[in-house]
Design a protein. Structure first.
Length: 165
């Protein structure tokens, strides 16, 4: 019985590890890669990766860190009004302000995020953090995946692009 329980726990851990980004990237692989490479490997952050490139922030987020990134998915960017992403890609200062609003200095794991009411972002403004209906909210975005550990920090996946005031 004890052996069966151990095997079940190991199998569950393996499934959860593979479920972080699907079969492409396991938790161990993500931890070995930096934030940018982890996001690119996931395949669901193409718009974010393009925006980071356009804003000249790739090298920063490949740096030592540590960083906590509240990363909007491609679906989150698709929720923005038509033409918004294209307009931002042409307005680099505004794009940088929005992207750095998604980054907090330091490695803040989910267990610590839920205890916070706000967090100061790299752009200087603070995001509001709250638990609402069992969900963690960062400004108007729900956190849909947590604790994707990278070599230089952690990614928490969000379902909306958050905008500084």
């Amino acid at each position: 019985m004890r052996k069966l329980k151990s095997v079940t726990m190991i199998a569950l851990a393996m499934v959860l590890g593979l479920g972080v980004f699907g079969l492409q990237t396991s938790r161990a692989e993500a931890a070995a890669q930096d934030i940018v490479d982890t996001a690119v490997a996931a395949g669901q952050f193409k718009t974010l990766a393009a925006a980071l490139q356009a804003a000249g922030l790739v090298d920063t987020l490949k740096g030592a860190g540590p960083f906590t990134v509240f990363a909007p998915t491609d679906e989150a960017f698709a929720k923005l009004p038509a033409g918004t992403v294209d307009a931002l890609l042409k307005d680099i200062p505004k794009l940088k302000g929005i992207l750095t609003y998604h980054v907090v200095a330091g490695k803040v794991m989910a267990v610590d995020v839920v205890k916070m009411e706000s967090a100061k972002t790299v752009n200087g403004q603070s995001v509001k953090i709250m638990v609402k209906g069992g969900k963690v909210m960062v400004d108007n975005a729900s956190v849909v995946k947590t604790d994707i550990v990278c070599s230089n920090g952690v990614i928490h996946v969000i379902d909306a692009v958050i905008l500084p005031k």
